[in-house]
Design a protein around this ligand. Sequence first.
Ligand SMILES: *[C@@H]1O[C@H](CO)[C@@H](O)[C@H](O)[C@H]1NC(C)=O
Ligand SMILES: *[C@@H]1O[C@H](CO)[C@@H](O)[C@H](O)[C@H]1NC(C)=O
Ligand SMILES: *[C@@H]1O[C@H](CO)[C@@H](O)[C@H](O)[C@H]1NC(C)=O
Ligand SMILES: *[C@@H]1O[C@H](CO)[C@@H](O)[C@H](O)[C@H]1NC(C)=O
Ligand SMILES: *[C@@H]1O[C@H](CO)[C@@H](O)[C@H](O)[C@H]1NC(C)=O
Ligand SMILES: *[C@@H]1O[C@H](CO)[C@@H](O)[C@H](O)[C@H]1NC(C)=O
Ligand SMILES: *[C@@H]1O[C@H](CO)[C@@H](O)[C@H](O)[C@H]1NC(C)=O
Ligand SMILES: *[C@@H]1O[C@H](CO)[C@@H](O)[C@H](O)[C@H]1NC(C)=O
Length: 483
Amino acid sequence: MLFTIISFIIFLPSLTSSSETWIKVGSWFSFGQFPVADIDTTLFTHLTFGFALINSSTYELRIASDNEPSMSTFTQVVQQKNPSIVTLLSILVQSAVGDTNLSTFYSMATQPSHRTSFIESSIYRARHFGFHGLDLCCVTPDTSTTKMEALGILFDEWRTAINRESKNSTQPPLILTMAGHYLPSKNTTSYPMESIRRNIDWVHIVSYFYHLPTMENFTGAHSALYDPSSNVCTDYGIKEWISRGLPAKKMVLGLLYQGYAWTLLDPSANEIGSPATGPAITSDGLIFYKSIKSSMGCDGEKVRYNSTYVTNYCINGSVWISYDDAEAIRTKVSYAREKGLLGYKAWHVGNDDNWVLSKAAAATWFPHFVVLGILRDDMGADLLLSNSSCCRAYKQNGLNTNSLNVRFTFTLSSFHLPLPHFRTFVFSSWDPALILGGRRPPSYHEVSLDERKLGLSNEVIARTGPFKRGHEMEVQVHLPSIP
Ligand SMILES: *[C@@H]1O[C@H](CO)[C@@H](O)[C@H](O)[C@H]1NC(C)=O
Ligand SMILES: *[C@@H]1O[C@H](CO)[C@@H](O)[C@H](O)[C@H]1NC(C)=O
Ligand SMILES: *[C@@H]1O[C@H](CO)[C@@H](O)[C@H](O)[C@H]1NC(C)=O
Ligand SMILES: *[C@@H]1O[C@H](CO)[C@@H](O)[C@H](O)[C@H]1NC(C)=O
Ligand SMILES: *[C@@H]1O[C@H](CO)[C@@H](O)[C@H](O)[C@H]1NC(C)=O
Ligand SMILES: *[C@@H]1O[C@H](CO)[C@@H](O)[C@H](O)[C@H]1NC(C)=O
Ligand SMILES: *[C@@H]1O[C@H](CO)[C@@H](O)[C@H](O)[C@H]1NC(C)=O
Ligand SMILES: *[C@@H]1O[C@H](CO)[C@@H](O)[C@H](O)[C@H]1NC(C)=O
């Protein structure tokens, strides 16, 4: 006998606007010595070029002569593999790399004629080299109200000039972004939030450098997502930005492809917060992700994951390295999705290890997944119906782990079935718009509910209620990681 075939589709509540933009920004840094042509540009939607500097006498952009060749061909080269990739020219608010004295930047920002020189030259350079936008990196909040006001005026004038140039050139306006500190305020002052909201397309949040071996003789999670005992963490910073008026959709979460190494005081005390005696490996403890993997033997047993802070750490004798491995990266990207941020930005692509982190970030699907309930006939055919109001779905937990438990409730009464045989539970990470358009995803995972079999990489861990019309059925699915 042929069963009647029916399918239904269930969306997580946060999926209602899943067609929203989601950006994946990679940073390229000339000092990273990583060939531009080797970037796997298919893993990103945007790439930033770092850096242009500011000439301390003319206030125009200063392009180091050895940067000019890669800058002038950057967009062209990265578009070869990914023609839709968007490029931004990032301007370091310094007159030389490593100069942390922002006097040049502020004498530009506080003087109308200097601002004009800076703005005009930035637009000219971006267009001349084929970039689609400009990024200002990385002004920290200053306790001087005058400086913060100047920043607001700079953004107003910059946006006006960008729009004017766009009209004149009949090209789309340049994108304008800034990289900002994880906390938007300092004491009583803060970034010029109104101006940022008005003029800046989005803010790259520098959500790291919280604990460094040069600053603290206790091991710490340098880019902790959460911290149970202090406000020095990304979650707190994001909430601060939001409470000060920046919409989540204008924020891009920073991911750091490097770790920091401490020398432990006592190798047997090797948790987060254990006593240390300063940096290990390098003078400031900085170590690239690819080196952590290749030369420190950070694999298997040596690597721990702490879901309270959302960080990995690696223990090799008396060396203790805080860093983000794929687990921490996935959880952070899920967090960014969950909080409705615009996307993430990785600093920087040359430090990845064979694209492990970039792939983990790009493939983190939550909450972009769709659950299909399917009744399948004995010919193996199935049918998609529209998502019906019969179905509720909600997330039970999951953001603190690299897995997700989801509980779905099906009320079969709303289906007019002659003979409901609910046999197979199907889920997929796929754009719900396509599903609604009636197309099956190209890959999906199936679990037989009757037999409670393990799925491909997934497990139905519980269900209640009989599969009968008029009854509620609850299914919990444990999704260990990326399908
Ligand atoms: C299906 O669900 C989406 C998201 O909740 C909703 O926008 C859409 O209107 C629904 N379609 C139908 C046919 O119910
Ligand atoms: C700044 O610009 C001036 C005038 O173009 C030039 O002479 C000078 O070399 C530039 N400074 C640097 C550090 O590039
Ligand atoms: C910052 O740079 C300016 C100009 O180069 C210089 O006059 C000033 O002394 C510097 N300040 C500090 C604290 O280094
Ligand atoms: C408008 O564009 C032309 C070239 O397309 C250029 O010569 C001119 O300077 C531009 N004017 C402004 C105000 O940018
Ligand atoms: C600003 O706050 C910091 C701590 O965040 C404190 O050390 C500093 O003294 C404060 N400065 C002023 C001017 O209040
Ligand atoms: C994370 O580390 C802290 C400090 O060592 C510890 O108290 C906490 O239990 C750890 N969390 C997990 C989930 O292991
Ligand atoms: C950490 O301890 C070492 C060795 O005792 C000491 O030299 C260093 O100054 C300390 N660093 C900090 C930030 O306290
Ligand atoms: C520990 O790190 C050193 C480099 O500091 C490396 O040579 C060694 O292989 C690592 N140990 C193990 C057991 O992987």
